[in-house]
Design a binder for this molecule. Structure first.
Ligand SMILES: [Zn+2]
Length: 398
């Protein structure tokens, strides 16, 4: 069956173009993502295969997943097509809009972000680019985490080098800015703290114009106020850099008190400041996990609201809320994501064969297989649509 109704482009990410299309099998609107130049080099090819496998592995209400993977149009092919659920907007667009955001909205959004992230971390996956633009929202306030272009498995071996070229700068954790060679799920938690503060204040918390100014800005909030540093473009001399390094080492290993965060937004409550103080901790080892953050009193109402009106895991009995017995409120996957297949991939051709094999192995169930229709009116425009940004030249394993 042909994919005839390619409608309009709805987004351009770092790694592909997303179009809104109609699934001819059921008439539902879905998102069609084109991943171009997949086999440009082995790094980008492995990254795309990993993202594809993750999208097909995910099964959680707050994480975007694949509805279908389409077979390639040409042979040999350079592009991949994945269908996912269609979402109306994203959190960045909402934050910069005029739309009022109540504290109920904030609690519901933050609850779903942490619920989705707990699932990812439960699969041992680090997202590594959590930011408002990667949090998709529907008109009924359902939220899904998307864009797994930089995601990878946790690295249990502390001696293995991991790239610092991850996470959009404004949401980048201090350990990444300071060049940590090994890091974990706490980098995503830092990003959530930044997003929570941004939701409260409706402006970016740490909006610096360089990575050096970024770490200075974080230090000025969480470090010793008496030794605040001027925001800089770059550290100009080695003495300056050394004294900064000393300052950064002096930052308390403990979370800052909630009072540190009161001035960040006009209607900051003690509860929200307290949760911020647990998310935005300089020392990654002292930052809360998703599971701990989800226990915070601030999220109680968000959980209640989510599980009374939006979730698929609960049903309401005559005596009020009733939880479906086989589920947790915030479930984790029953198996971790497995990336051991990557050991067998040594060339672009290896990856191409693995992608083909993977697409062919996807169960169709009772669904009619879909394919792109190159004769449709908008196909030339679709094929010509390109990505907005170039891809980073980092290894997908790093
Ligand atoms: Zn539920």
């Amino acid at each position: 069956m042909n994919m005839v109704d390619i409608d309009k482009p709805i987004g351009y990410g770092a790694f592909g173009v997303v179009w809104a299309v109609k699934d001819p099998r059921d008439g539902k609107q879905v998102a069609l993502k084109k991943m171009p130049n997949v086999f440009h080099n082995i790094m980008s090819a492995k990254r795309v295969l990993r993202e594809l496998k993750m999208l097909c592995y995910f099964n959680h209400e707050n994480v975007l997943s694949a509805v279908d993977v389409l077979p390639p149009v040409d042979s040999p092919y350079e592009e991949m097509y994945v269908i996912t659920q269609l979402m109306h907007t994203d959190l960045h667009k909402i934050i910069v809009s005029q739309q009022p955001l109540t504290s109920d909205h904030l609690r519901l959004f933050l609850y779903q972000i942490l619920r989705g992230l707990k699932y990812l971390h439960g699969a041992h996956i680090l997202h590594r680019d959590v930011k408002p633009g990667n949090l998709l929202i529907n008109s009924d306030c359902r939220l899904k985490i998307c864009d797994f272009g930089l995601a990878r498995l946790e690295e249990p071996d502390q001696s293995k080098y991991m790239t610092q070229e991850v996470v959009t700068q404004y949401y980048r954790a201090p350990e990444l800015l300071l060049g940590a060679r090994h890091y974990g799920a706490a980098v995503d938690i830092w990003s959530v703290g930044c997003i929570f503060a941004e939701l409260l204040a409706r402006r970016i918390l740490f909006q610096a114009n360089s990575p050096v100014a970024q770490i200075d800005m974080i230090y000025n909030l969480l470090g010793d106020r008496k030794t605040a540093v001027p925001l800089s473009q770059s550290s100009s001399n080695s003495r300056d850099r050394q004294s900064r390094a000393q300052l950064y080492k002096s930052v308390s290993r403990l979370p800052a008190p909630p009072s540190t965060f009161y001035h960040l937004a006009p209607h900051m409550t003690h509860e929200s400041a307290h949760l911020l103080s647990r998310l935005l901790v300089w020392n990654p080892e002292k930052r809360v996990s998703c599971t701990e953050a989800l226990r915070h009193v601030y999220l109680r109402e968000g959980r209640l609201r989510y599980h009374t009106s939006l979730c698929r895991c609960c049903f309401i009995a005559a005596d009020g809320i009733r939880h479906a017995s086989e589920h947790e409120f915030e479930p984790v996957p029953d198996r971790v994501f497995n990336d051991s297949y990557e050991d067998q991939l040594h060339s672009v051709e290896d990856v191409r064969n693995a992608v083909t094999e993977f697409i062919n192995s996807q169960p169709c169930g009772r669904k009619v297989p879909l394919r792109i229709n190159p004769d449709s009116v908008v196909f030339p425009r679709f094929v010509a649509s390109t990505v907005a940004h170039s891809q980073p030249a980092t290894s997908p394993n790093a």
